[in-house]
Design a protein around this ligand. Structure first.
Ligand code: PLP
Length: 395
């Protein structure tokens, strides 16, 4: 009999982390691999944030803190929601965890009973379904097509809701597509949810600050009728290039916030005291970094989208935000190329051309692949040349 628990057998390791690891190994073996698999900004954490952490160490902020966040960080988070989203919260409606990932994990662990359903629009961030499964819930995947801009529609949402639905997950701008929901699109979904009265909404806003072309970010808690049923998750990882610091947070109903804190108190306790001090500076300090970085990302996005659309057999939508594109490779899956699936495409691309990307099926939609353009222009130019030569060589 295996020592491994049944609940762990329900899940698989993150495929995006697996691709990044594979690229690392190939590079260590001497191959000139370009990794476009990782979901993290290549920029360095801003200096004011680093200095705040150094100051925290020197002044002895090195002890346990309140389990779900220091009063100073909660205050900074409350101010952020007010300033940027026009949302008011009190300290007991805020929780801080070791990355947005832990906040989401704790939210599912503390709210799902066996068989509870969670609606997950696909393409989705790879961790949602596995977190739900680990917590004993049932992921209800709703496929959103390229023609729909990879976004959930009101009619698909209506059809997906059952008596067992506990949560709907919304992620805008999205990982892996970069698609952002407009206010109108969110309000269309809101109408369905208001009618339904029961379903809670988990809004993953982690890419809020990475957006282009004057896209107006709108989050569902801004609908006053739904705020009481919405847990809004955000963090400093992507916005301030702080992935390694591990600070994420959420705002929402007091009972859920309290339950999340209870799990955290019996698992990891507080997130790092030093990282929390750094996050206070990220949220309260000069926000110039966000604008500067978005400009660089936009340049890369434009280059990548244009390059991909110039390749026969590839089609790529222009995303509103995040640092991913999600092109279709369906035009290259046929008898002539001997490629049947997106996984075949991605594996051959790595084998033959040393470019690491992630297959769309890992995100719940076949026939696509995800490119992260959070890398230098020089790398992107090399990668696009290789992808073009690879695709042209197929037919
Ligand atoms: N949500 C989405 C959509 C993500 O892409 C990520 C990270 O890749 C996270 C949440 C979690 O980020 P972190 O745990 O670094 O805060």
């Amino acid at each position: 009999m295996s020592i491994i628990s049944d609940s762990l057998k329900r899940i698989k390791p993150s495929p995006t982390i697996a691709v990044t690891q594979k690229a690392r190994e190939l590079r260590a073996a001497g191959k000139d691999v370009i990794g476009l698999g990782a979901g993290e900004p290549d920029f360095d954490t801003p200096d004011n944030v680093k200095n705040a952490a150094i100051k925290a160490i020197k002044s002895g902020d090195t002890k346990y803190t309140a389990v779900d966040g220091t009063p100073a960080l909660k205050k900074a988070i409350i101010a952020k929601f007010k300033r940027e989203n026009k949302l008011s919260y009190s300290a007991d409606q805020i929780t801080v965890g070791t990355g947005g990932k832990q906040v989401l994990y704790n939210a599912f662990m503390s709210t799902l009973n066996k068989g509870d359903e969670v609606i997950i629009p696909a393409p989705f961030w790879v961790s949602y379904p596995d977190m739900v499964l680990l917590a004993g819930g049932k992921p209800k995947i709703v496929k959103c097509t390229e023609q729909e801009g990879f976004k959930l529609t009101a009619s698909k949402l209506r059809k997906a809701i059952t008596k067992k639905t506990k949560w709907l997950i919304l992620n805008s701008p999205s990982n892996p597509t970069g698609a952002g929901y407009t206010k109108k699109e969110i309000e269309d979904l809101a109408k369905v949810l208001i009618k339904n009265k029961k379903v809670h909404i988990l809004s993953d806003d982690i890419y809020e600050h990475i957006k282009y072309d004057n896209f107006n970010f709108y989050t569902i808690a801004q609908n006053s009728k739904l705020k009481v049923r919405t847990l809004t998750m955000n963090g400093v990882s992507k916005s301030y290039a702080m992935t390694g610091w591990r600070i994420g947070y959420a705002a929402g109903p007091k009972d859920i916030i309290k339950a999340i804190g209870k799990i955290q108190s019996q698992s990891t306790s507080n997130p790092s005291s030093i990282s929390q001090a750094a996050a206070v500076e990220a949220l309260n300090g000069n926000q110039g970094f966000i604008k500067k970085r978005s400009k660089a990302f936009k340049e890369r996005r434009d280059f990548v989208v244009k390059s991909l659309n110039n390749i026969k057999g590839i089609n790529c939508l222009t995303p509103n935000g995040a640092f991913y594109v999600f092109p279709s490779c369906k035009g290259l899956l046929n008898k002539k190329t001997k490629l049947k699936t997106d996984t075949d495409f991605v594996q051959k691309l790595l084998e033959k051309s040393n470019v690491a990307v992630v297959q769309g099926s890992a995100f719940g939609l076949d026939g696509y692949f995800r490119i992260s353009y959070a890398t230098s222009m020089q790398n992107l130019k090399k990668a696009m040349d290789r992808i073009r030569s690879f695709c042209e060589g197929l037919s």
